[in-house]
Design a protein around this ligand. Structure first.
Ligand SMILES: C=C(O[C@@H]1C=C(C(=O)O)C=C[C@H]1O)C(=O)O
Length: 234
């Protein structure tokens, strides 16, 4: 579980390389979406400039992570917080998995997910955040949590000795703990918002994400899920 950034997934590179690639794909998609939106209202010359700015940001900006973070400290602190709180939320997926294992409670609970997203939409306004962005991030967080639950349930089915010895109460203990993290993650997103449009946001987030995974001694299941959880941040 050591050296997560160097953890190699056969055929796909290290965990850090996978995260940077994934975040770049996301960034390119956002660039394209914005460019298309702009294209609808601006003349063709401006369209070319907008596309060139996106392309240049993607081509030159991303590798400049550490330097950019020194010049703009918010580039480090926002992604740092987001990675950290996301790792904390993901660690709770183990407790959720234990609470559900063998009880027949489904891993996917759409009703609960809707309640989480409604809470996010409500609180995001209080944090000065766009509800769409906040909801996208929380959808990723929930997808990541479910990936961990599925992985652990499969692991426990195959290796009974690894099954948890205690069964926490989902409604009384676990969900309230997740709910408490909602406002912390929204705070972290508010701190990361200025970094979001910076070309090195994805690189910063990758660095902070792999560090958070390493600090928590995440295995490949949890590290992969953390990468998934961070997909919509930048
Ligand atoms: C965490 C749970 O499992 C899933 C993941 C959720 C989440 O990450 O918030 C919410 C609902 C479930 O689909 C849960 O049931 O509470």
């Amino acid at each position: 579980m050591q050296g997560v950034s160097r953890l190699v997934v056969p055929g796909r590179g290290t965990a850090r390389q996978i995260l940077v690639r994934r975040l770049l794909v996301r960034r390119r998609q956002r660039c394209r979406v914005r460019h298309r939106a702009r294209s609808a209202v601006v003349k063709s010359g401006a369209r070319v400039v907008a596309a060139a700015v996106c392309a240049a940001a993607l081509a030159f900006g991303t590798p400049a992570g550490p330097t950019a973070a020194v010049e703009h400290p918010h580039l480090a602190t926002g992604p740092d917080l987001v990675a950290d709180v996301s790792a904390e939320r993901l660690a709770l997926a183990d407790v959720v998995a234990a609470a559900k294992y063998g009880t027949g409670k489904p891993i996917d609970d759409p009703v609960r997910e809707r309640a989480v997203l409604e809470d996010v939409a409500k609180q995001s306004a209080e944090h000065g955040l766009g509800a769409r962005w906040a909801e996208a991030v929380f959808r990723d967080q929930m997808a990541a949590g479910k990936r961990v639950q599925r992985g652990l349930h499969a692991r426990w089915a195959a290796h009974p000795a690894e099954r948890p010895t205690e069964q926490p109460d989902l409604a009384i203990q676990v969900r309230p703990a997740l709910d408490r993290l909602t406002s912390r993650l929204l705070n972290a997103l508010a701190a990361a918002a200025p970094a979001r449009d910076h070309p090195s946001c994805a690189a910063q987030l990758a660095t902070r994400g792999t560090r958070a995974a390493r600090e928590r001694h995440f295995d490949s299941l949890h590290t992969g899920a953390l990468l998934r959880a961070l997909t919509s941040v930048c």
